[in-house]
Design a protein around this ligand. Structure first.
Ligand SMILES: Nc1ncnc2c1ncn2[C@@H]1O[C@H](COP(=O)(O)OP(=O)(O)OP(=O)(O)O)[C@@H](O)[C@H]1O
Ligand SMILES: [Mg+2]
Length: 608
């Protein structure tokens, strides 16, 4: 009897692999761009044209391939990037599986034109549906051009799963930026029927990210921190810019974009109280680490990675974001450069980009000849130095966080604004070097009061005052048969209330934090008890302290609708500089927004 089990023919194997690797036009573009970067190119151009689902062409000036290499490249499991299983432990290139080209070739028509630098003529190879149609000598510039057309023509089922032309086009853009943003030293161009977008070779990753953010760029603050294993640097968005989903999150590790639930959770944690719970920020985080710290061989499309010490990374991210957002904004931290403008000159943050490779075209390839194992060092991957773990480094206890620099030199942001007046009895109108800054006076006031209460709570000794009339309140009565008094008293004492027992289940409040002018203690207490009863729990240290401090802030602050004098406005601005996380009110509404000069010019059609 013949065996029912038999090896699959190559074309079927490739088609199955393609199912994992090539989901949509954007997956093709991603693989082609990554190959171009791996080729050591100094310039890469992506060209999208033709009817949906598009023809894609990616040109690079990298190492190119010989005729034999080109024929091997479209076969399965053929790669120049790793040679042994050990190499999988320290991958320094985007590719390593030798699957991308054969997978693409099995579901499309692929033309590959390539020439080695040292050879005079090149090779043109055409495949369709996984079969090589022709291989011939051809004149070609140095490097490689791969053109992919007729995508999914032989797999109509896959075509049906594509979204609209617009959506697929936006995925293409997303993939382009995902590869180009960290690609320091390489120039990238994206050309589609509507126009061209380019990153210059010498543009740093930070500059690229800023430009990518467009008008939102003015609400990004820098972050940079290192631990024994990781460096995280990039930009953190203030609450003025946020998204309903994860679309604003750009995480890279050693130049590779990735998604990570653990990191998302750390981000949410860092933005708690700064953004509403259902919003996510705009973030560009570039993580660098030794390739040994991260396994990139865990996802078919290589969009997820696994870290050896994920908790360290998440903790580091939370720490650096918390620090950046908790700081009062400073003029240095909130660059006022608009879309398309250049970023601060050398010497200022961010650091000027390292001298990059030459710009496309005519740049020289930096990697060794194709066919040799890649340079496994990270030089050129992100262009950033990163700390290697010291031998035997211990992971116990606190991470050795690096100090953030330059804080002393910062100018105070809010105090530097010139108040012009007030509109709609709600917004302070101020001017700064780059346009108009509007401050929501109620949100600002809430944040100031909250910050003072929090200082007091953290034992920083904000003043308290005795009240003329004591206020008697009852214990919350959340959990029957539990003595709530110790927890309640601890909270009240820490928050700056003075009190005495008033018999039975009652407490007499005799004073409170001085930060609460016009505070209606009885109403606050009733609301507090109501919310605790609704949750039917009395958390360990009684309350989620931050939430209760906000509630108190809310019961006192200046309401919108109140006229504010210029002097009061100046005072408010100075106080904002002293407040914690002054970018948003405790509910996550922004405290301030800027209408930039560039925006005004666009509104008045002053720009071309
Ligand atoms: N643009 C290019 N320039 C030079 N060589 C290339 C280029 N594209 C592909 N190659 C060569 O073809 C080989 C196969 O490419 P392919 O993308 O299929 O696999 P890979 O990049 O090695 O791994 P992966 O499947 O993970 O992408 C590469 O290892 C490389 O040697
Ligand atoms: Mg590849």
């Amino acid at each position: 009897m013949t065996s029912r089990i038999r090896p699959l023919p190559d074309d079927v194997v490739n088609r199955i692999a393609a199912g994992e690797v090539v989901e949509r036009p954007a997956s093709v573009l991603k693989e082609l761009l990554e190959n171009a970067v791996d080729s050591g190119a100094g310039g890469v151009e992506a060209h999208v044209s033709g009817p949906f689902p598009f023809s894609l062409r990616v040109t690079d000036d990298g190492c190119g391939m010989s005729r034999e290499e080109a024929e091997l490249a479209v076969r399965r499991h053929t790669t120049s990037k790793i040679a042994s299983a050990d190499d999988l432990e320290r991958i320094g290139s985007f590719g390593f599986r030798g699957e991308a080209l054969p997978s693409i070739a099995s579901v499309a028509r692929v033309s590959l034109v390539t020439r080695l630098a040292e050879e005079r003529s090149g090779t043109e190879l055409v495949t369709e549906g996984g079969t090589i149609l022709s291989v011939r000598d051809a004149g070609a510039p140095r490097g490689t051009t791969v053109t992919v057309s007729r995508l999914f023509e032989n797999v109509p089922a896959r075509r049906k799963f594509l979204k609209s032309e617009r959506t697929e086009m936006s995925h293409l853009w997303e993939v382009f930026h995902g590869v180009a943003l960290p690609g320091e030293g390489i120039s990238f161009r994206f050309v589609d029927p509507r126009g061209t977008f380019a990153y210059e070779g010498r543009e740093s990753a930070l500059d690229r990210a800023k430009r990518h953010a467009g008008d939102d760029g003015q609400y990004l603050v820098p972050v940079d921190v290192s631990s024994a294993f990781f460096r995280i640097y990039g930009w953190a968005g203030l609450p003025q810019v946020s998204r309903a989903g994860a679309g604003g999150l750009w995480f890279f590790v050693n130049g590779r974009r990735f998604r990570d639930r653990g990191l998302y959770a750390a981000v949410r944690e860092a933005y708690r109280g700064i953004l509403p719970g259902d919003r996510l920020p705009v973030l560009y985080l570039f993580v660098t680490c030794s390739p040994r710290e991260v396994d990139v061989n865990v996802h078919p499309a290589k969009t997820e990675v696994r870290f050896r010490y994920p908790r360290d990374l998440n903790e580091l991210a939370r720490h650096v974001l918390g620090g950046a957002l908790g700081e009062p904004p400073s003029r240095a931290a909130i660059p006022v450069h608009a879309w398309n403008e250049r970023i601060p000159p050398a010497g200022q943050w961010p650091p000027s980009p390292a001298p990059g490779k030459e710009m496309f075209p005519g740049a020289t390839a930096s990697r060794g000849p194709c066919g040799s194992p890649p340079d496994m060092s990270l030089a050129g991957v992100t262009g950033s130095p990163f700390p290697h773990p010291a031998a035997g480094a211990s992971l116990v206890g606190e991470l050795p966080f690096a100090e953030r620099g330059g804080e002393a030199a910062r100018e105070r942001f809010f105090s530097s604004l010139v108040p012009i007046g007030q509109v709609l009895a709600t917004y302070l109108v101020c001017e700064d070097a780059d346009g108009i800054v509007l401050v929501d006076q109620h949100a600002a006031d809430e944040r100031i009061v909250f910050s003072r209460l929090k200082d007091r709570y953290l034992g920083k000794g904000a003043p308290t005052q005795r009240w003329l009339d004591a206020v008697e309140v009852g214990l919350p009565g959340v959990l029957p048969e539990t003595d709530e008094r110790p927890a309640v008293e601890t909270f009240l004492a820490r928050t700056g209330f003075s009190f005495e027992p008033a018999g039975g289940e009652r407490i007499r409040l005799t004073g409170g934090p001085a930060a609460l002018p016009g505070f209606d203690a009885r109403r606050w207490w009733e609301e507090l008890c109501e919310s605790l009863r609704a949750q039917e729990t009395l958390p360990k240290d009684l309350f989620d302290a931050d939430r209760e401090l906000w509630r108190m802030a809310c019961h006192t602050a200046v309401r919108g609708g109140e006229r504010v004098s210029t002097d009061r406005a100046r005072l408010l601005l100075a106080e904002l500089d002293a407040a914690m996380a002054a970018h948003s009110c405790p509910h996550g509404r922004p405290v301030w927004i800027r209408i930039s000069r560039a925006r005004l010019e666009a509104l008045f059609h002053r720009t071309g």
